[in-house]
Design a protein around this ligand. Structure first.
Ligand SMILES: Cc1cc2nc3c(=O)[nH]c(=O)nc-3n(C[C@H](O)[C@H](O)[C@H](O)COP(=O)(O)OP(=O)(O)OC[C@H]3O[C@@H](n4cnc5c(N)ncnc54)[C@H](O)[C@@H]3O)c2cc1C
Length: 375
């Protein structure tokens, strides 16, 4: 098969690296604004990495620190995503979510989460008593909860196909099986060395690095980029277990958050099937195995809020890896947009730490990248 790169001249106005949900949203936004865009991905299909390895939850925007990028982008992103899914027929369900306290000690945490949500502008939250919570989900073990009616689920694969369709309809080109090998960035020109059928060098004036877990390795190989603008990173693997058969829930159920994640929650797919996860395991390599030895830990974490869970119905499913970066001067992890105003290279935007709620926020992230490129 001849690569689509064979049709490219040696200059293309804009190159977006990574065809996950964020790269697709960014490429769609830039192409829809009239730019000539090439989207490249190392894999043989779009969205095979973190965008296929998550909870598919549309987050309300509750947990994030007030001045964080996550707080700023999740709320508008959520509404944009619901609207987009409706317009484009992408399966989506606004099923709502309970954040459940199982002990009286956790009530203070619930109140702190409720307050954080209010500060972030999530104005539709309510604090529920034990009986109000049980009226929504009678099999829970709980002393009270937060009800978030704007939380929901989305079919991430259909979403990515819709974004790809829009991108191609506005003249964008996708090149799969195309790995970024090396880059050189300078004030007047950027050069990208791509490996597809062979090696090919392209020059560009806009370069957006949306390579997910590959974003930092790529930035480390950028000749001409001051490495002070490449943050440190930690990786937190999150595994999931599927639950076969009947369960008692028609909304998402989250425990109070644990360090590094939102707790081993119950999420639903579009057919109503339940799965549990993700846990938090700090890792150094990219390994997606879900060992059956985790079964007991999952069972106990879920039994805490759902005592009727049948352990025999839990089976290892899949895992994803969260890329966690702290912006300089902050004590929390956040999305990091490293644009021309920061590193001084015109036309270059690096996206780091695009963990949750990156799926929810993808359309808002794309608008932010366009604004950074337009200065
Ligand atoms: C366990 C877990 C649960 C999550 N749950 C949720 C949730 O419920 N809701 C939510 O909003 N968000 C959630 N997220 C976050 C969400 O999944 C991510 O923010 C989002 O998928 C990131 O998309 P991306 O496009 O940046 O990355 P990816 O989907 O990983 O895409 C990056 C792409 O870059 C490509 N690439 C890498 N290196 C190169 C290279 N050198 N050359 C060419 N291509 C390259 C890869 O092949 C890949 O396709 C979760 C994340 C995890 C890990």
């Amino acid at each position: 098969m001849t690569s689509v790169l064979a049709d490219q001249t040696d200059f293309i106005e804009c190159i977006v690296v990574g065809a996950g949900v964020i790269g697709l949203a960014v490429a769609r936004e830039l192409s829809g604004s009239g730019h000539d865009v090439l989207l490249v991905d190392a894999e043989s299909d779009i969205g095979t990495q973190t965008s296929s390895r998550n909870s598919e939850v549309i987050h309300a925007g509750i947990y994030y620190p007030e001045d964080s990028e996550k707080a700023a982008l999740c709320l508008p992103g959520k509404q944009q995503l619901y609207d987009y899914c409706e317009q484009r027929g992408v399966p989506v369900k606004q099923c709502g979510k309970l954040i459940v306290a199982t002990t009286n000690d956790q009530k203070a945490e619930l109140e702190a989460i409720f307050h954080a949500g209010q500060v972030n502008g999530v104005s539709d939250l309510s604090l529920l008593t034990q009986s109000q919570t049980l009226a929504r989900a009678s099999e829970l073990s709980t002393v009270g909860s937060i009800w978030s009616p704007s939380s929901g689920i989305v079919d991430s694969h259909q979403l990515m196909l819709a974004l790809l369709g829009d991108f191609e309809n506005t003249g964008g080109t996708v090149s799969l099986n195309t790995r970024v090998h090396k880059m050189a960035v300078a004030r007047d020109e950027m050069t990208v060395l791509l490996e597809s059928d062979g090696l090919m060098e392209l020059k560009t004036s806009m370069l957006v690095n949306c390579a997910g877990l590959g974003a930092i390795p790529i930035a480390k190989k950028m000749d001409g980029l001051d490495q002070a603008f490449v943050p440190g990173i930690e990786y937190a693997k999150g595994s999931y277990f599927a639950y076969s058969g009947r369960h008692a829930f028609n909304c998402l159920v989250y425990p109070v958050p644990t360090p590094g994640g939102l707790g081993t929650h119950l999420t639903l797919d579009m057919s109503g099937q339940a799965r549990f996860g993700p846990d938090v395991e700090w890792v150094h390599d990219e390994n997606y195995d879900v060992p059956v030895s985790k079964l007991d830990g999952f069972y106990h974490a879920v039994r805490d809020y759902w005592p009727a869970i049948d352990k025999a119905k839990l089976t290892p499913a899949y895992a994803g890896i969260r890329a966690k970066c702290k912006p300089s001067g902050k004590d929390y992890t956040d999305f990091i947009f490293s644009g021309p105003n920061e590193h001084g290279v015109p036309g270059l935007v690096n996206l780091f730490g695009m963990e949750s709620p990156g799926l929810t926020s993808c359309l808002a992230i794309a608008e932010k990248v366009k604004a950074l490129l337009n200065g």
